[in-house]
Design a protein around this ligand. Structure first.
Ligand SMILES: NC(=O)c1ccc[n+]([C@@H]2O[C@H](COP(=O)([O-])OP(=O)(O)OC[C@H]3O[C@@H](n4cnc5c(N)ncnc54)[C@H](OP(=O)(O)O)[C@@H]3O)[C@@H](O)[C@H]2O)c1
Length: 429
């Protein structure tokens, strides 16, 4: 039986999970996969803190060189996160002839193209199943299962923290702040939730999906990104009355010769499968020309699901190595869309909530400005007056251009009758 040695860099939440699975399931994996995986070394800055798994002291080190320059180690598993030194560690591991497994979506979205190109040139593999959707095997599906397809659309609910907050806000009248507090109390949100609620984490993951689905080496900064912080529970309620749910959606959508890449809160029909993905769950919806519509659903984070994905990559590399097919799973960059569409040129329907003073003529002025910018209204509801004189006016528009909508809202928000920045949420059919 082929024996494979791995070196693990980063003994934190996911690192501990991976060590636990590899140690406790060694015999099980030998039987099931036909390879014997041993952990040769674990590197972390901090070797003192208690971990949820016991390891021999002799395999622990603070010196990364003990992994990178150990000729016995076949696979380096990077689980420290961040850009530096993770990138240097991965590139050096490849130069030293080692395969790499990583869960680092931030790094892959920033430098994936460079890392995959080096791996391809050296005939080595980089496994990154754990970088998107935790235990959901979406990377393998896009790389292998759907390889014969022309992918037309990917919709992802790929940030569990944001999905939990929006679901909580939908359950009862909790504000964003209250829902965030609950998420933090349950350990579903970091004390600094910025990367999650700003949409940046979803953009990092969307960049990885876009590379696999469409061959476009986009970076997170090329992706239009808007988080969930401006959504109020009243928006979720109004959307519900109109037959929609609000989800933070990561969208990669073929549109002519170009690709729409965007992350933002989105109204989706309550009949859509994604509308019922609640709590910390993740889901990825893929449309291909042969497969039609497919939905992947599961736990998108946490030590167990993420370790499942990391170990799956390790096993698949170990098996490929055993039969000498090292370069089999190289990432092919067949660019099948010309360019990323400019956000200004994207066309969608919109939900808009204006906060206006209740006086005659305001609605007419708003409609007039929208009309001037070629935006036609599909429906309008003036909600009941609150304690103040400010009333919410909720509109649904027909398809309109982003650029026109931005100009119209700027003009409307400057009216003296408008008391708060208007909230607009795009609609996906
Ligand atoms: N947590 C999840 O649910 C999840 C899900 C999917 C993917 N991921 C990805 O998995 C990776 C690891 O996440 P995590 O949650 O396990 O993070 P974590 O708990 O913070 O673990 C990272 C560990 O690496 C150590 N470390 C940092 N820099 C190091 C260096 N230069 N050399 C050696 N050790 C170093 C850290 O030590 P210090 O604490 O002392 O800095 C920490 O022990 C990240 O890329 C993350 O995006 C996480």
């Amino acid at each position: 039986m082929k024996k494979i040695k791995v070196g693990i860099v980063g003994f934190g939440k996911i690192g501990s999970g991976v060590v636990k699975v590899l140690q406790s399931r060694r015999a099980f994996l030998k039987d099931k996969a036909g390879v014997d995986i041993t952990i040769a070394k674990i590197c972390d800055k901090d070797l003192e803190s208690k971990r949820p798994v016991k390891v021999k002291k002799s395999i622990l080190t603070r010196a990364i060189g003990k992994i990178l320059y150990d000729p016995e180690i076949d696979i380096v598993v990077e689980l420290i996160g961040g850009i530096r030194p993770a990138k240097d560690i991965i590139l050096e591991a490849l130069r030293q002839g080692k395969h790499v497994v990583t869960a680092n979506k931030a790094l892959l979205s920033e430098s994936g193209y460079e890392i995959f190109n080096l791996a391809n040139a050296l005939g080595l593999q980089v496994g990154f199943e754990a970088s998107v959707g935790g235990g959901i095997p979406i990377i393998m599906a896009l790389k292998e299962g759907f390889v014969a397809n022309r992918i037309n659309l990917i919709y992802g609910i790929i940030n569990g923290t944001s999905n939990f907050i929006l679901s909580k806000m939908a359950e009862g009248p909790s504000s964003f702040k209250e829902a965030l507090k609950i998420a933090q109390g349950k350990g579903y949100a970091e004390s600094d939730p910025y990367l999650d609620v700003s949409g940046i984490d979803s953009s990092n993951k969307l960049a990885v999906l876009a590379l696999l689905g469409f061959g476009i080496p986009a970076r997170a900064r090329d992706i239009y990104t808007e988080g969930i912080t401006l959504i109020e529970s009243s928006d979720i309620q109004y959307a519900k009355e109109l037959g929609y749910s609000i989800k933070l959606l990561a969208i990669a959508k073929r549109s002519g010769g170009s690709l729409e890449l965007r992350v933002h809160p989105t109204l989706i029909s309550r009949n859509h499968l994604l509308a019922n993905v609640n709590g910390v769950y993740n889901a990825v919806f893929v449309k291909g020309d042969l497969i039609g519509e497919n939905l992947f659903f599961g736990e998108g984070a946490g030590a167990n699901p993420t370790s499942s994905a990391v170990v799956s990559d390790i096993i698949s590399m170990a098996k490929a190595d055993a039969s000498g097919r090292t370069a089999e799973k190289k990432i092919a960059f067949r660019k099948d869309v010309e360019r990323i569409k400019k956000m200004d040129d994207v066309r969608t329907r919109f939900y808009i909530r204006f906060s206006a003073i209740d006086k005659p003529g305001v609605l007419a002025r708003i409609s007039g400005i929208l009309g001037k910018h070629k935006i036609s209204i599909a429906s309008v509801t003036q909600k009941e007056k609150r304690a103040s004189r400010v009333v919410p006016i909720v509109m649904m528009t027909h398809e309109a251009n982003e650029y026109d909508m931005a100009k119209a809202l700027k003009e409307i928000d400057a009216l003296s009758a408008i008391r708060k920045k208007s909230v607009r949420v795009r609609v996906e059919s």
